[in-house]
Design a protein. Structure first.
Length: 132
């Protein structure tokens, strides 16, 4: 597997886990997994351009700077990653509770980010192959 395939596979797995947790009645845990899905996709995008930030905050910053906007992804994708990060921090560190609707929104945001990022990586790879 390439340096982008493994994190993308994990991101899709995390979306499925988030859905399973929500279906089982664990919306707060579902939000946490939704963040990890988005985070893994962001990591894959950064690997595609040779970036490997050492921290979560570094991944969020580099994703926003290098991939979102002029990098090709819509700004709302970058905002959704930041929102998922903040929601996960609240839930995991402040022991907050997420209502079911919030978890559904988080999962939908993560799913959208994963799909958009996978398309971005694929387009980038195709453009690189065409340049060869």
């Amino acid at each position: 597997m390439s340096s982008t395939e493994l994190p993308l596979a994990r991101s899709r797995e995390e979306v499925r886990a988030a859905r399973a947790l929500l279906d089982a009645g664990f919306p707060s845990q579902a939000v946490s997994h939704a963040f990890w899905a988005a985070y893994q996709a962001a990591t894959a995008a950064l690997h595609a351009i040779g970036e490997a930030p050492a921290t979560r905050a570094g991944v969020l910053s580099a994703f926003s700077r290098e991939v979102v906007g002029d990098g090709g992804l819509e700004h709302d994708i970058g905002r959704s990653l930041r929102k998922l990060f903040e929601d996960r921090n609240y839930i995991d560190h402040a022991l907050g509770q997420a209502p079911e609707g919030e978890a559904q929104t988080a999962i939908a945001s993560a799913d959208r980010l994963v799909d958009a990022t996978a398309r971005w990586i694929e387009a980038r790879s195709a453009a690189g192959a065409a340049d060869d």
